[in-house]
Design a protein around this ligand. Sequence first.
Ligand SMILES: [Zn+2]
Length: 234
Amino acid sequence: MIPKRLAKIINEINNILLPRVCFGCNAQLFRGESILCAVCRHDVPLTDHNYFKENAVDRIFYGRIPIKKAASFTIFSKNGLIKNLLHWLKYKNQEQIGGFLGDWCGAHLKHDPGLEKIDVVIPVPLHPKKLKKRSYNQVALFAQKIAEHINAEYRDDVLLKVINTKTQTKKDRQLRWESSKEAFIVNPEAKINFKQVLLVDDVITTGATIEICARTLLEHHDLEISVLSMAMVP
Ligand SMILES: [Zn+2]
């Protein structure tokens, strides 16, 4: 074991060599801060969504698919803070940002009496090829933290994104159009021993991905689906 004083010195040196900086403004982070400095954290545009009142994300799905209740944690706004964070998370190997947002959002959710008891939290899956390339699903850590906070089970084995074999078919237009769509399946080996699902994605814009995922889940199973995203495009 490294003596305490030595550990502290190593830590300080580490901080000088690799200063931890804010993903928002590049200012050096103080002890106790992570990902964002206090100022940027304060500037994150949180939505006021809760699981009681109707909101803009609910309205995206009306008339399309029976979603019990939807919400987004933050909003893409002009200051670009969320856009930058999600860019780092998705393309720059900064997986921990998902955990940071999940912890923060989970702490809020815990106190939302409108969110009924959720059995499982399911992330929107990545295609295996993409997963291999990125090495992580950018939604996974966020969804895991949410599950921890609301005492639900995290299940990434239920919903799978699959190779759409129709891409090989170029016979007619309809099929080609179909092939451009994302294809999801419910894993035939997954145990469906739950009822209340919280489906989680990074960004909701048109709601198309969530709609396909929810449709897939509801096709052969008697489930109720709520939705949560890290961010929404207004
Ligand atoms: Zn900052």
